[in-house]
Write a protein that binds this ligand. Structure first.
Ligand code: GTP
Ligand code: SPV
Ligand code: MN
Length: 595
């Protein structure tokens, strides 16, 4: 399919090491995809679902020990440890290559190696970057066909250039003790072994489009961010774009596909989804603004909690052409179910849980995750073009202009519903001090507050301090920078219930944010930034939320912020010498304002 000598010699080398029985090139045709689906069903790797109710939909279950990203086993292998920084795991490239070689050698014996040429971004666009993933998993091939742009046109666009990202994935024994997700930014190389799950193995996503791309972005003067991109259409037809960085499983997909509350819908407001997870952002020299594209082609979204009320657009997106991973199999209807879909779980006798065992929904106990039918990090892989609110700009070559950048996390107390930074530099500081409760998207404890700068803690492909400096440097380059905000949908009352209704009602906060961008609304200056006047958050049509609720949600508790400052200092110290002096100045200024 190509004469590119760099590509061919690399594949030869990888095949000589992994020793597959055969090599199959993925061409992006429906015929080939269909044959692979049939093969995966024949071997039990996938289950074909009810084709009347869920056309072209399939179910896959991963190994029980392989259900999320593994941050502890994810490495940035730069020549020096300083380049990777203290927040990343680091190993010297030679040492890691040697370790991996042992694990890969002969790992594809008796298996097929698939060669997937793919593009992140629209093929041929200025934003696009190309990759080739070698894998011995049909599940990976079929997911990549949804999540990225795959096919011979990628090889044509690459021509005889060496400028592509090499990715090698082998399932090997799915052995968690020997699982490695490794990145060699200087070599444009990603190597993943002993996993078959999502972010660990769909190498175009977190490995390339965030870790390697963030490294390239710093070198080339652009940004790769863990951000959704959405457009708010006003009744007069104007569309304003917002990007938002929330940590994993903290609401990006939900916000990106938001349906406005009735009072706004009636007036003609709409929200368009450009992306739900990753944004590549560049300065447009013509108007001096930042422009963003979503380099992906589909959504790898969290299933639990997705329903007709919380996110109807996501639900409709995954009614066709979708691969479900680790959800409940309803064997009576040959469909799928997950916690929070509806109140009609399949009954005992008709239900298989995510582990492949019979599941009894009557034993479900909210406090005991082991009684769940679907894994808390179960996901759907669905095509962006099937999303009812996909933006007409989804395939735009130049991207969409960004009016506002929003950071956010899960904070039970400290962070208010929304606040605005004083300027770009302060906004970058606000990103650097983000914190959030951990979720099931990564292996490890859930619900523990940790600092997650820019929602990029697991995804920066170099030193976190240098990454912050890159944010500051970008700010100096942008004549018309977006305004930077912080939101928190997750404040709780004394009983631990969320105070803010969230989901579609987040539109009320988005409209304040955009009004600020247009200088159309006032704000109150506080120690942490500009906070709305309570009456400027529109609560028309909201039950159970009064202006006092909003006041409470917007309150800035100085004592808890002081405690947070102490924690931020510890975190900065952990990030180490690379923390820009500017960030320490911003921290000192915050401390001073808190009194
Ligand atoms: P990744 O794909 O892991 O990067 O995550 P994401 O940020 O796209 O997460 P997603 O939108 O799938 O959010 C997952 C979780 O957040 C689910 O449990 C949702 O119910 C919850 N969630 C999303 N939006 C809101 C909100 O506005 N309020 C509340 N309370 N929960 C929300
Ligand atoms: C995340 O964990 O942020 C995800 C899912 O979006 S994964 O692709 O597994 O990284
Ligand atoms: Mn994500």
């Amino acid at each position: 399919m190509t004469n590119n000598k760099y590509v061919l010699s690399w594949i030869d080398e990888m095949a000589a090491m992994t020793k597959p029985d055969k090599i199959v090139w993925i061409d992006g045709t429906e015929e080939q995809a269909e044959a692979l689906r049939a093969e995966a069903c024949a071997t039990g790797e996938m289950i074909k679902l009810n084709q009347d109710l869920l056309p072209n939909c399939y179910l896959h279950r991963t190994a029980v020990n392989d259900v999320a990203r593994v941050e502890g086993r994810t490495y940035i292998c730069t020549p020096t440890k300083e380049e990777a920084g203290n927040i990343n795991n680091w190993m010297a490239p030679d040492e890691m290559y040697a370790k991996l070689k042992k694990l890969y050698t002969g790992s594809m014996k008796g298996r097929t190696m698939y060669v997937i040429p793919y593009s992140m971004g629209v093929v041929g666009s200025d934003f696009a970057k190309y990759g080739i993933e070698l894998t011995d998993s049909i599940y990976v091939v079929l997911n990549m066909l949804i999540m990225t742009r795959v096919g011979t046109n990628v090889l044509e666009a690459l021509g005889d250039s060496p400028d592509y990202i090499k990715g090698l994935h082998a399932k090997a024994d799915i052995d968690e003790e020997n699982r490695y997700i490794t990145h060699f930014p200087q070599d444009n190389t990603i190597m993943s072994v002993n996993s078959g799950y999502g972010g660990n193995v769909l190498l175009g996503k977190k490995c390339f489009a965030l870790r390697i791309a963030s490294y390239l972005g710093r070198k080339e003067g652009w940004m790769a961010e863990h951000m959704l991109i959405l457009g708010v259409e006003y009744p007069n037809g104007d569309v304003k774009y917002v990007t938002a960085a929330f940590p994993s499983a903290c609401g990006k997909t939900n916000l990106a596909m938001l349906i406005p509350p009735e009072i706004f819908k009636k007036q003609g407001y709409k929200v368009w989804c450009v992306g739900d997870d990753i944004a590549w952002i560049r300065l447009n020299k013509e108007d001096g603004k930042l422009y963003a594209v979503n380099p992906e082609n589909g959504f790898f979204g969290v299933a639990p909690g997705t329903n007709e009320k919380s996110n109807p657009n996501a639900l409709h997106t995954c009614l066709r052409d979708t691969i479900f991973t680790n959800v409940v199999h309803d064997t009576k209807n040959n469909t799928v179910w997950w916690e929070g879909l509806n109140d009609n779980p399949p009954q005992p006798g008709n239900a298989i849980d995510w582990k492949g065992n019979p599941w009894d929904c009557t034993k479900f106990d909210k406090k005991d995750k082991s009684t769940c039918g679907a894994h808390p990090n179960s996901r759907f892989t669905a095509l962006a073009k099937n999303c009812p609110c996909i933006s007409p700009e989804f395939n735009s070559l130049k991207g969409v202009p960004v009016s506002a950048i929003v950071f956010g996390g899960r904070r039970a107390k400290t962070a208010p519903l929304v606040y605005q930074s004083f300027n770009w530099q302060h906004g970058a500081f606000v990103g650097s001090i983000m914190a959030s409760e951990t979720t099931a998207a990564a292996a490890g404890a859930v619900g523990v507050v940790r600092r997650d700068p820019m929602a990029m803690r697991p995804f920066v492909g170099y030193n976190m301090g240098d990454y912050w400096q890159h944010w500051l440097d970008m700010g100096k380059m942008i004549p018309n920078p977006p305004k930077i905000f912080h939101v928190n949908w997750f404040r709780t009352d004394d009983e631990g219930h969320f105070i803010w209704p969230g989901f579609g009602d987040n539109m009320r906060v988005l409209l304040w944010i955009l009004a600020r961008c247009e200088d159309k609304v006032d704000a109150v200056e506080t120690a942490i930034g500009y906070v709305p006047k309570a009456e400027d958050i529109n609560i028309e049509g909201l039950k159970d939320v009064t202006i006092d609720t909003i006041r409470d949600l917007l309150s800035v508790d100085v004592e808890s912020w002081k405690a947070d400052v102490a924690n931020i200092k510890e975190f900065y110290a952990q990030v180490g010498d690379a923390v820009p002096a500017t960030m320490y100045e911003e921290l000192a200024a915050l401390e001073k304002r808190l009194g």
